[in-house]
Design a protein around this ligand. Structure first.
Ligand code: COA
Length: 690
């Protein structure tokens, strides 16, 4: 049963019971309505209590139902029936009351939450607006300003905050007991939100909410539509507001943005420890961790581990490096304090907790070691050989971005202990974790990687061993094609603007300036000897680096930053023009659409190579990498999802045109040819066993 019916004296308790999250699917709505009606018809019942499990009230509408036609009873009608019921209904909320779950609670006369409750309207994160009255009831309950804040950000509130703004009536350790004890007369005297007066307008709050949503949820329609609906409440009747809300909900739920956002939501959940791995292994023990190297990356990894509640030891090669590692950690702690993420006490205790040492002593009990030393194969091999004995029972992980983990593993007597855990900078913030499965990585080591991702609340994506793994490999091709556009007629601003117009928060050149041009320069130098001589190579970035233009940190890069803000630099344009001249290229005007198309085709083609080679397991994994590691707009569903919206046939035709001029650069991935011929999609593609 999706809803259980119990009685306690003169109270009927309707308990939502549809694991795992009490999603409000058709069966739950039907049973809730039937039980409600039964309770209303029973003369012995005086009050009705709506509750869930100890962990969850309800996670909202069933997002898996969005593609199907709506099934009766519709949630807005059920919510109205609860609100209008002749006997008072009380919400006793444990755990999350989100979306439609909170809308059910808003229809109740009284809302009591447990300390573990989280109350929110996250619909905009899935590309829709609340569809069961929240945009109309909430402003009438808490005012337009706070309602805008809640609905346009989608962020849930802790119970004390919810109490302080009047969203709930009480916080109690045992909401069910409190609901049974609540005085009936008080409940009956409570006016219904549907009949409450219009709340006063708040133009300023509307402007701020829209601006903030435009910044933080760039390009997304739902937050702006939600703001419209909430603002209406100041001068529109409840009935008209509900009608407008329903229309907006139904049209948005069919929209490409909503479909894309739902795809990412479900892909994120599917990315956790795969079922086969769970079956094959026990959960990894991950209490004691060590990070080798306390530079920017190593320190941020160590910080993330500490903040996830794990014991951390940072190992450096000598005392002065250990001191630098300690100051890197202190900087991270200070930043957390400044941003209000840490109390002074938490800040101080973290810094005393994390051990920083200049030796390999005391690692014997370590469960997992992550190396984050500089990218040098010989150094890493030597290190792992040492670690094999220093940390005899630990899973060993490399944070390399490019190096061959199979080769690294060859330094070990037991290569099955090694895997790659590729973090993205800043490692304590970025959600993506590429879990690199080398040819001999054991299931046990792989499980440790997934379990660690879960502890760190990161999105793990499994990848095979190849140069750049999934994300950097795709990004490299994007940057290569952008540089070719520079040579052919574009300037960095045009390319950055084009990609921002597509939905990126920053264009590729701004991003390079932000992260520094030197790392990829070093990679290019390292690969120079093995580069395909037939592949066009643009030297502009190398020349920038040679002249000390390494990005923001040196005050100049693709832009200049030494005169306040980011400014175009005529010297960069001169350099680009000179390179075009030297290459004998006649520059032309390249329209925005062509810039977007070229960069996307380069990425899609590389993604298809990666999939075809079995380096990534699915299009959804490619999507997670690009969204969580490389700023690909979430509302476009990720790269492979976007490719499916274009269609393999059309992609193939475009690539063919490009390949006619530059066959090496645009060598079409066999998977694209296959999908174009079969009419298939990235989403439905799975590699047939070879
Ligand atoms: N509709 C359909 N399925 C949902 C769902 C929803 N609204 N919310 C969660 N699920 C599913 C998940 O896909 C997952 O399925 P799986 O086990 O097959 O992978 C399962 O329920 C558990 O969810 P998960 O997110 O892994 O659990 P959690 O304990 O980490 O988090 C919530 C629980 C409720 C906080 C979280 O699931 C959530 O935020 N859900 C979305 C809420 C929402 O956006 N509601 C508005 C819908 S319009």
């Amino acid at each position: 049963m999706a809803v259980d019916f119990e009685t306690s004296g003169s109270a009927a308790i309707l308990r939502l019971n549809r694991p795992p999250v009490n999603a409000i699917a058709a069966d739950l709505r039907q049973q809730l309505q039937a039980h409600l009606r039964a309770a209303l018809a029973d003369p012995k019942i005086e009050r009705i209590i709506l509750t869930g499990s100890e962990k969850i009230f309800a996670a909202g509408a069933d997002a898996a139902e969005f593609d199907a036609p709506p099934i009766e009873p519709h949630l807005p009608d059920l919510v109205a029936e609860i609100e209008q019921s002749s006997k008072p209904v009380i919400a006793a909320i444990y755990g999350a009351a989100l979306g439609g779950g909170l809308e059910l609670a808003l229809a109740c006369r009284w809302r009591i939450a447990a300390p573990n409750a989280r109350l929110g309207l996250p619909e905009v994160i899935l590309g829709v607006v609340p569809g069961a009255g929240a945009t109309q009831r909430l402003p009438r309950l808490i005012g337009i300003g706070p309602a805008l804040q809640m609905v346009t950000t989608g962020k849930p509130l802790a119970p004390q905050k919810a109490l302080s703004i009047g969203l709930i009536d009480a916080v109690e350790a045992d909401p069910l007991a409190a609901a049974l004890a609540q005085d009936l007369a008080t409940l009956l005297a409570r006016p219904l939100l549907a009949e409450a007066p219009n709340p006063p307008a708040d133009k300023q709050a509307g402007i701020e909410a829209r601006q903030s949503a435009a910044r933080k949820m760039r390009g997304q329609d739902a937050p702006q539509r939600a703001a419209d609906l909430i603002e209406m409440t100041s001068d529109t009747s409840f009935a008209d507001g509900i009608k407008a809300e329903r229309e907006a909900f139904l049209s948005l739920r069919q929209s490409p943005q909503c479909r894309a956002l739902r795809h990412i939501f479900f892909a994120e959940r599917a990315a956790r420890t795969p079922g086969w791995l769970k079956k094959a292994t026990q959960p990894a023990s991950l209490q004691k961790t060590a990070v080798i190297g306390g530079g920017t990356m190593g320190a941020a990894i160590a910080w993330a581990l500490d903040q996830a509640g794990l014991e951390v030891c940072v190992v450096e090669m000598d005392e002065s490096a250990a001191e630098r590692a300690s100051s890197n950690l202190a900087r991270l702690a200070a930043a957390g304090l400044k941003r209000g993420l840490l109390s002074q006490e938490a800040h101080d205790s973290a810094l005393t907790r994390i051990i920083v040492q200049a030796s390999f002593e005391n690692l014997a009990e370590t469960d997992i070691v992550i190396e984050a030393v500089f990218e040098d194969m010989a150094v890493k091999k030597e290190l792992f050989a040492k670690l094999e004995t220093a940390a005899p029972s630990a899973v060993l992980a490399s944070n390399t971005s490019y190096l061959d983990i199979d080769e690294m593993a060859s330094a070990l007597a037991d290569p099955s202990r090694l895997l790659g855990l590729h973090f993205f900078s800043p490692a304590h913030i970025m959600k993506l974790l590429e879990v690199v499965r080398a040819s001999q990585t054991s299931d046990l080591a792989l499980r440790a990687g997934f379990d660690l991702a879960e502890k760190l609340r990161k999105t793990p994506v499994i990848t095979g061993v190849c140069d750049g793994f999934i994300g950097n490999r795709i990004n490299f091709r994007m940057r290569e094609s952008a540089d070719i556009l520079l040579l052919s007629g574009s300037i960095p601003t045009e390319i950055d603007e084009a990609m921002r117009a597509f939905g990126y928060a920053m264009g590729p050149y701004e991003t390079q300036d932000m992260s520094g041009l030197d790392i990829s320069w070093a990679t290019r130098k390292r690969k120079a000897a093995t580069r395909d001589p037939n592949r066009p190579y643009v030297k502009i970035a190398d020349r920038m680096c040679e002249s000390g233009r390494l990005g923001r940190k040196t005050g100049t890069g693709w832009y200049r930053y030494d005169m306040g803000g980011q400014m175009e630099d005529p010297m960069v344009e001169d350099l680009i023009l000179e390179e075009s001249r030297l290459a004998g290229v006649e520059r032309r005007v390249i329209p925005e659409a062509e810039i977007q198309e070229t960069l996307l085709l380069a990425m899609i083609n590389e993604a298809a190579h990666i999939l075809g080679e079995g380096m990534a397991a699915s299009g959804a994994d490619i999507d997670l990498v690009m969204v969580h590691g490389f700023g690909f707009p979430r509302w476009r569903g990720g790269l492979a999802w976007h490719a499916d919206q274009i269609g393999a046939k059309s992609i193939h035709a475009s690539l063919k045109k490009l390949a006619a001029d530059e066959p090496v650069l645009w060598e079409i991935a066999p998977l694209i040819t296959e999908l174009a011929a079969s009419g298939g999609s990235f989403a439905s593609w799975t590699k047939s066993p070879s």
